[in-house]
Design a protein around this ligand. Sequence first.
Ligand code: NAP
Length: 382
Amino acid sequence: MYLSRFFASRLTSLRTTATRATSPSIARLSAIRAQLSPSPISPSSYQARAMSVPSTMKAVIVEKLGGPEVLEFKSDHPVPTPQEGQLLVKNNISGVNYIDTYFRTGLYPSAKPEILGREGAGTVAALGPGPNPYNFKVGDRVAWMTTGGYAEYTAVPAAKTVKIPDEITDEDAIAGFLSGLTVITLAKETYAVQKGDWVLLHAAAGGAGFLMTQVLKSLGAKVIGTAGGPEKVALVKSLGADVVIDYRSEEGKDWVKKVKEVTDGRGVDVVYDSVGKDTWEGSLEAVKRKGTIVWFGNASGPVPPLPLQKLSPKCVKVARPQLFGYIETREEFEFYVNELFGLLKSGQLKVKIHKVYPLEQVAQAHTDLEGRKTTGKLLLRP
Ligand SMILES: NC(=O)c1ccc[n+]([C@@H]2O[C@H](COP(=O)([O-])OP(=O)(O)OC[C@H]3O[C@@H](n4cnc5c(N)ncnc54)[C@H](OP(=O)(O)O)[C@@H]3O)[C@@H](O)[C@H]2O)c1
């Protein structure tokens, strides 16, 4: 109240001064008025909150549960309007993650119709109304994590958005973003990997696995990776894994025996298992006495209900983490993003992009991912 009276009186005195002046330029007067305006939505600042945005966009909608065929491409979907606390981002690249398939099939419940896609990178096209605590500007190059990435534009929470450093491309940022934050939190918080630990990592050539192998090696762990097929095995070996087992080959089918041999019969300190149904029993056998199993995904289906007494003979600990629980606050999010971007900038963490699919081909991307045909990260170009 006091401030608006103050600004009103300043404006009146300016108007008087301008009238008295010999040749007051109207443009100059408007500039002075704009400068003094107390309102955050004066015409000039309002323009600074949005670039020109079309009313419709390309997007992929899921209306019913099912296979990749339920991913329906539309070219005339309404562009969302950012609400308070949100930004509208024009996506240059979006990530495809295994979790997208869980929402598509209904393994994880979510309201439909839905636009899948948990992460993306692009340009801030508009700021929602209200405060802007993280100082985003229209035109900033950002990475975000929420949902709705299979689209040209996404309204995202500013609190889950960060600026991308100049040294990192949009593609590399998203190849490392959700997957990279996941593996860093798994290796540091879920179980704090120590130098010399024996670690069993399933699906080590995948989007998360490719990054996890590197993070584990950088922490000084001895890594046993599993992967399906000779090409994937070679890829994981190239990352420095100590032992790599092709668990789909005849020889590798008894991967538990091999893990025991390599660890002198003890078993591993920790298993990172994102395959779930098909590997669960083996992971329980392969873990050492007093060891830990981190179950963090369901690529082959969910782990069946676990009778807890199965854990007692070896005093095994089981964790079932999800990334979003580790980066809930802005402080946590920034902490891990800074760590990730630092690793990407220094080249200590390398990303691998399997393929950048045009948005129209998202169903093919899901088919390839679920068909175990990919290594590294799948990206979409909206
Ligand atoms: N908890 C979290 O917060 C979190 C966050 C990110 C990811 N994840 C989980 O991490 C895992 C990896 O995710 P991603 O997006 O990076 O996928 P991805 O690893 O690139 O793809 C999944 C991989 O799982 C393996 N797999 C084993 N059995 C399979 C089966 N029956 N069907 C399909 N694939 C099978 C395949 O590798 P092989 O051919 O080598 O076996 C396949 O390439 C997923 O389980 C995902 O849910 C969890």
